[in-house]
Write a protein that binds this ligand. Structure first.
Ligand code: SF4
Length: 317
């Protein structure tokens, strides 16, 4: 099973089964400085498309196995809205999901495409990223594929927020020295005035980034939050308070989960039951899992994945 991973507990979205719509490699129309995947040139179309049947088979198998889920999350090694069969896949998921909610985590870049816009309207929850509101900072932090403009993205988010009947979340990720100036926050604030959403999550880097950039301290995020209009539903994201019921993971599931998302000791303690923690320890002892340290936090990831990761000098977009 390559396309489905988890369950992963998120304080913001509940217990989620993830679907990776680009399981073979990173395919994204952005190349964000803070991406937790390896750096890669932004592209406009998927060149490796996972068959829809494969995704559905993996999902059916996982749904039989995990009974205490809240949400099915469409995500990707890259941007999930680039998956060309997204609309059809949502129809098939809706037919088998029962009471579970559907959620997509998108970078917002494809929302100006009418087909993507209408497809996302069919989901229960949508999370759209908006890291910048001015062209210069947008190009610097998100490093988009050619032809993607921030003005178009903001207009699409505003229109979508008025048309969508489900829960819309906006996420802003702050990177030190890039989009954390008062001027950029005020530009974001102005753009968000016309957005109807459930919540605006502001956060910072909490996983090893693709490029050598740094996150902010909690107190800095707190200070930035005060620059937004008090009427906006700003929420500072802090991973440290997440709680979860530990579950049983096989060796393969542990490696797949770590491949999608490096985990900390806290995450492992919250997610894995005793037996799974022992399996995790065995994989660590065997060298199949390795660890890297960032800002005093240890992250675990598959050894094979760590080879792909590399530091790179920031190039100007
Ligand atoms: S953070 Fe998301 S949007 Fe940005 S490059 Fe990585 S996968 Fe793409």
């Amino acid at each position: 099973m390559n396309t489905v991973f988890g369950p992963i507990h998120s304080r913001r979205f509940g217990t989620s089964l993830g679907i990776d719509l680009s399981s073979s490699s990173k395919q994204c129309n952005f190349d964000c400085l803070y991406c937790e995947l390896s750096p890669m040139k932004a592209i406009s179309h998927q060149y490796a498309v996972t068959p829809i049947e494969e995704i559905l088979d993996d999902l059916k198998e996982a749904l039989l196995k995990h009974s205490t889920l809240d949400v099915i999350t469409l995500t990707a090694n890259g941007e999930p809205t680039m998956y060309p069969h997204l609309n059809e896949l949502i129809t098939l998921i809706n037919a088998i999901k029962g009471d579970l909610h559907t959620l997509i985590l998108s970078n917002s870049a494809s929302l100006s495409d009418k087909r993507v816009f209408n497809t996302l309207l069919r989901l229960d929850q949508v999370k759209l990223s908006l890291d910048a509101a001015t062209p210069e900072i947008f190009r610097k932090i998100d490093r988009p594929a050619e032809g993607i403009e921030i003005e178009t993205i903001i207009d699409s988010i505003q229109r979508f927020s008025h048309a969508f009947c489900g829960k819309l979340f906006i996420e802003i990720l702050f990177v030190r020295g890039i989009n954390d100036t008062p001027q950029e926050v005020l530009a974001l604030n102005a753009a968000l005035q016309s957005v109807h959403c459930e919540r605006i999550d502001i956060g910072t880097i909490d996983r090893p980034p693709a490029y050598p950039v740094q996150g902010l301290e909690f107190k800095e995020l707190y200070a930035l939050s005060h620059l937004f209009d008090p009427s906006l539903p700003i929420h500072i994201v802090s991973r440290t308070h997440a709680t979860a019921t530990p579950s049983r993971y096989t060796c393969d599931e542990i490696l797949t989960t770590l491949d999608k998302r490096p985990l900390t000791d806290d995450d492992i303690h919250a997610l894995f039951d005793d037996e799974s923690r022992q399996e995790f320890q065995n994989l660590l002892n065997e060298g199949k899992i390795t660890q890297i340290e960032r800002s005093n936090i240890i992250f675990y990831l598959p050894f094979a994945n760590s080879i792909k990761k590399r530091s790179k000098t920031i190039k100007k977009s």
